[in-house]
Design a protein around this ligand. Structure first.
Ligand code: BGC
Length: 255
């Protein structure tokens, strides 16, 4: 069996589970621990260590994959919007590998969700250009063409109408400003129309926790491009994290 532990670090929770990468299924219930405050790398590493320890009977000393809500460029986090700013410039692959005493590979959370949806979920078998977005604390993105990821696309930070797009259209903004679904959908429409104009994708996938309410806002969007909710739900980040560590083992030169 092809099993790796995937851990998904988010603004509010850190979740992990062992993943069977032959099927994309979780081999045990997820363990979720609230994100520590302040969310420094040191504090997050303690929580990640607890999650690893919990699943050690299943994963032994195997390498672990971890998503972060930030770009990860050859292991380094160049900037971060929604966790403690002390992550900035950190060689996070090395930091976590050293503090946890095992090989750790970090990956951007949007990229992780995108590759998971392409291998196992809503874009399985799609032969063209897939644009995944996750609507949460921020907006994550993944550009995948014929199954190959273009990493660290950061489309949540597109500047649109003078705003950083995620500060207008993330689901956290909907909650913070108390927007109704129709009001929020106006902002999503503006965002996705712009992405459509820039990329002409074959498929949009909309993920993030709010995608479970797809029926409330998805049908309000008018786009030429087919748009579907994520199929992996809250598994996408965990599965994508496990895929990242497997990729780092198979293709160390790319990490
Ligand atoms: C970060 C991205 C991340 C997204 C979703 C953005 O603020 O810059 O790297 O994927 O939030 O967490």
């Amino acid at each position: 069996m092809n099993v790796f532990l995937g851990i998904d670090i988010g603004g509010s929770g850190i979740k992990g589970a062992p993943v069977d990468l032959d099927t994309g299924t979780l081999l045990a219930d997820r363990l979720r621990i609230p994100t520590p405050k302040p969310s420094t790398p040191e504090n997050v590493a303690v929580v990640v260590g607890t999650i690893i320890e919990h699943f050690e009977p299943i994963i032994g000393d195997a390498p672990v994959g971890i998503t972060v809500p930030a770009p990860v460029v050859h292991g380094v986090v160049p900037f971060i919007a929604n966790l403690d700013k002390s992550w900035t410039g950190l060689d996070a692959d090395r930091f976590f590998t050293e503090s946890l005493g095992r090989q750790v590979t970090l990956v951007n959370d949007g990229d992780a969700a995108g590759v998971a949806e392409v291998r196992f979920g809503a874009a399985k078998g799609n032969p063209g250009l897939v644009l995944m977005t996750t609507l949460g604390t921020g907006i994550g993105s993944a550009i995948i063409y014929r199954g190959v990821l273009v990493p660290n696309s950061e489309l949540g930070h597109l500047e649109l109408d003078g705003f950083d797009a995620e500060t207008r259209a993330a689901s956290s903004v909907k909650d913070r400003e108390g927007l109704s679904y129709p009001d929020w959908a106006v902002r999503l429409q503006r965002y996705y129309s712009h992405l459509e104009m820039l990329f002409s994708p074959d498929l949009f996938i909309v993920g993030g926790g709010v995608s479970r309410d797809w029926d409330e806002f998805g049908p309000l969007l008018t786009l030429r491009t087919p748009v579907v909710p994520a199929a992996m739900r809250n598994r996408a980040g965990i599965v994508g994290a496990a895929m990242a560590v497997q990729d780092a083992i198979l293709h160390p030169e790319a990490h």
